[in-house]
Design a protein around this ligand. Structure first.
Ligand SMILES: Cc1cc2nc3c(=O)[nH]c(=O)nc-3n(C[C@H](O)[C@H](O)[C@H](O)COP(=O)(O)OP(=O)(O)OC[C@H]3O[C@@H](n4cnc5c(N)ncnc54)[C@H](O)[C@@H]3O)c2cc1C
Length: 431
């Protein structure tokens, strides 16, 4: 197919945001090539083994993300691969981790359409891959850096000593992005930080917990157990036959550190985990007893956030631009919002190679304030959960602090952002 545009696009990273972007741009007839560092694997169904532990994340896709995916025209394909028959509200209930596990409050929403979706990352990737011409994706291509070539294009360098040139590079290469290095420049320090937060994860059959005497209802809404410097999120999956458990433990006495050496995901000892939570009561302790082989994730986030997501014709989307703490479950949703806005701008009939910089400047006006706001709110929510010490004042503070928190994430009007960007482009006579 001949390209609908006079510019070529290369996407660095074939994760959720990179592939979503590739689907939408190639559907619009734009010439796109995707470079993904990991290898293609036969092991997982139709076949994306991204060879990394994040493959197993069951991401909650919040209402704003659902709207972005619908706007990109890819939601139905994703819903078809989810084990959730239809999007549903996923509102948390908060319970004290200490005995007798008082129900602190249930998050209610005034949001008109609070429907969300939960889906395993491999299923999500398979859904996106099924919408793409396989010839545009190159696996086992790890980009080492991006620069400008003599012809004025951007050039990507790979570990296998090959290069690729494109007019526009989209950096969708996740939390450890190399394209971010180009965007922030050589002078500024990479702001990726380790805030001393470990996430312990695992799955436990619901029936085992019931038999062992867990009283808290874990099969309805997601439950967050709160208790002094740590919290545990439990949500039902596979028709509520399994409970997905994530325990976040943060050492607030230490200042945030710079990026830790790899690996960031390791197997952890159950004893270490139980020891960190030894002041918790009956139900969470039973749950931890059943979490036999937890994995331990060293969570990283950008601190401070990037001021700009664009330099020249290199533009960042997803975790590359705003890797955040997962306390609002909003990371990938912000990535899909990026992709939605970028795709609207790039596919506009007046966008051409000569005005790409001006068009990307509008992306940069709209996205950093929004996504960085969610990034900062995610960190605030984590601190709020972890400061809960079971008093009535704490309950009131928590309710007040959380009030409207998700609505700010869910209710954002992306179409308004896009309209504002187009309006600026007209006003500046770019369009
Ligand atoms: C414990 C935990 C729980 C989370 N829970 C949620 C949740 O419930 N909801 C939610 O919305 N978000 C959640 N997130 C965040 C979510 O996983 C990320 O926001 C999302 O995966 C980001 O998508 P992405 O496409 O930007 O990056 P990624 O999914 O990380 O994809 C980046 C891709 O780029 C590839 N790549 C990397 N470097 C290179 C390179 N140099 N060259 C070529 N390819 C490269 C990688 O192999 C990868 O495939 C969670 C994160 C964690 C750690």
């Amino acid at each position: 197919m001949s390209s609908s545009k006079d510019f070529t696009v290369a996407i660095c990273g074939g994760g959720l945001c990179g592939l979503a972007c590739a689907v939408a741009l190639s559907r619009a007839g734009i010439s796109v090539t995707v470079f993904e560092a990991s290898s293609f694997s036969q092991e997982s169904g139709a076949g994306v083994g991204l060879g990394r532990a994040t493959s197993f994340i069951r991401a909650s896709v919040l209402p704003n993300a659902v709207r972005a995916l619908k706007g990109l025209g890819i939601f139905d394909a994703i819903l078809a691969r989810s084990d959730q028959p239809e999007p549903a509200p996923r509102l948390f209930g908060f319970v004290s981790a200490k005995d007798p596990h008082d129900f602190i409050f249930s998050y209610e929403t005034r949001c008109e359409d609070p429907v969300a979706l939960a889906i395993y990352r491999p299923a999500f990737l398979e859904a996106l891959l099924s919408l793409l011409d396989p010839s545009i994706i190159h696996f086992q291509k790890r980009c080492t850096s991006v620069n400008v070539s003599e012809t004025g294009k951007h050039v990507m360098y790979f570990t296998d000593d090959t290069i690729h040139e494109a007019d526009l590079v989209i950096g969708a290469d996740g939390v450890r992005s190399v394209t971010r290095r180009y965007v922030i420049g050589q002078v500024l320090k990479n702001p990726l930080a380790y805030p001393n937060t470990a996430a312990y994860r695992g799955l436990v059959p619901t029936e085992d917990l019931r038999r062992a005497g867990v009283q808290t209802n874990l099969t309805g809404r997601p439950i967050c157990f709160l208790g002094s410097g740590k919290h545990m999120i439990c949500f039902p999956i596979k028709g509520a036959t399994v409970i997905n458990i994530v325990v976040f433990v943060t050492d607030y006495d230490k200042p945030p550190q710079s990026e830790l050496p790899y690996p960031w995901v390791e197997s952890a000892s159950q004893i270490e985990l139980k020891d960190s939570c030894k002041d918790w009561g009956h139900d969470p302790m039973i749950i931890l007893d059943h979490l036999k082989n937890p994995s331990k994730w060293s969570i990283h986030a950008l601190d401070p956030p990037l001021r700009s997501y664009v330099r020249d014709n290199v533009v960042l989307v997803g975790d590359a631009s705003h890797a955040m703490l997962p306390h609002l479950g909003a990371g990938v949703g912000q990535g899909f919002e990026d992709v939605f806005v970028l795709v609207q701008l790039l596919t506009h009939s007046k966008t051409q190679k000569f005005n790409l910089c001006d068009v990307l400047a509008q992306y940069d006006n709209v996205r950093p304030p929004r996504a960085n706001g969610v990034l900062q709110a995610s960190a605030r929510v984590g601190r709020l959960y972890d400061s809960f010490r079971s008093s009535e004042q704490d309950e009131a503070r928590l309710q007040q602090g959380l009030s409207g928190m998700w609505e700010n994430v869910w209710g954002h009007d992306l179409y308004e952002d896009v309209a504002a960007a187009f309006e600026s482009l007209h006003r500046l006579q770019v369009f």
